[in-house]
Ligand binder design. Sequence first.
Ligand SMILES: *Cc1c(COP(=O)(O)O)cnc(C)c1O
Length: 396
Amino acid sequence: MLSNPAFFPAGAAAQGACGTQSSGQATWPSSRAGAVLTIDLGAVAFNYRHVAHRASRSICAAVVKADAYGLGAARVAPALEHAGARQFFVAHVDEGLALRQHVSARCGVTVLHGPRPDAVADCLAHGLRPVLNSLEQIGWVRDAARKRGQAVDVALQLDTGMSRFGLAEAELRRVAGDPALLEGLSVSLIMSHLACADNPADPANAMQAARLRDYAALLPPAPLSLAASSGVFLGPDYHFDLVRPGAALYGVAPNMTGPNPLRQVVRLQAHVLQTRALNKGDRVGYGLTWQAQGPCRVATISVGYADGFARQGAGTGCVWFRGVRLPILGRISMDSMTVDISHLPQGQLEADGMVDLLNETYGVDAVGAAEGTIGYEVLTSLGRRYHRIYADNPAP
Ligand SMILES: *Cc1c(COP(=O)(O)O)cnc(C)c1O
């Protein structure tokens, strides 16, 4: 919908589109898709600078795994590099290979999962820094370094309590006690990951930071890293030498303790396919689970669970039109959902109008709460069939 020009002004939003958009009524070149996803690279850059400023004594990397949390690493990573990022993190070797095409050669690319044996050669040939999470991975990359006859730059992950990735304490002590195990490996980062950083009051945070310090002291000195997005907002005790934000760059709130200081990055606008008036007793959707208690008006909109809007979101979820909340009625279908428009003045929203599913005031965290999940999952679930527009809006 175009009635809220304060968010993504028309001129800015048209950048990167395959056509332009006139002011006033929608003349989207995007009418062939069910919905329009606008990704504000200006907001991504703002968020990067905000996080980097919070951890100004550390290097601020950027995590762009999962195709930049679903927003398109090909567009997001260059915007982050332009904003100052020089270190990027992905999960898989494949993601690293793809990212190499979108950031300049001066940028470091680190692969969080490290390589499996068959992928070590590709990883090193493309200058990707592997995170070594296990004794097995250390062995595979050490063998490759010996074959190459030159030291290989690696990051080493230590488990400080999450039991997910990294060397357990006993393994670390083995490595520390036998320098031959790291032969040919040049450890340029020692990292770990916080399990409870979104809750600043959780004692696990300080415990993990202390363990990282203690464990790293057993190894030759190297830069340390612990904080992802939420960890940055725990304060300087958690910043160490490098911070690794992902979600915060894309507008997800780092914790629930105050207002979200980050800008929303995505706006999702769906086309209205049709509207109709219902009488008391009429039912809506698969299973006829919703029933009108009196006369009302409903609209069918062109986004469904195949577009990343979880089926269980019905009942608590809503969409928006000019600041009016339109509750989702009944079950969400694969390609559509039905919403209550009874509270809009008659004639204001008709077939061919648009509603907001995500916007500045109702962002990924709010949708996550309505769907019983988190903003991270809302972002990474956003569908592939939206018409995507990359905007570059300046700070408000
Ligand atoms: C995904 C990930 C990050 C980024 O986490 P956010 O919470 O999105 O900031 C950082 N470090 C590791 C190891 C990760 O897996």
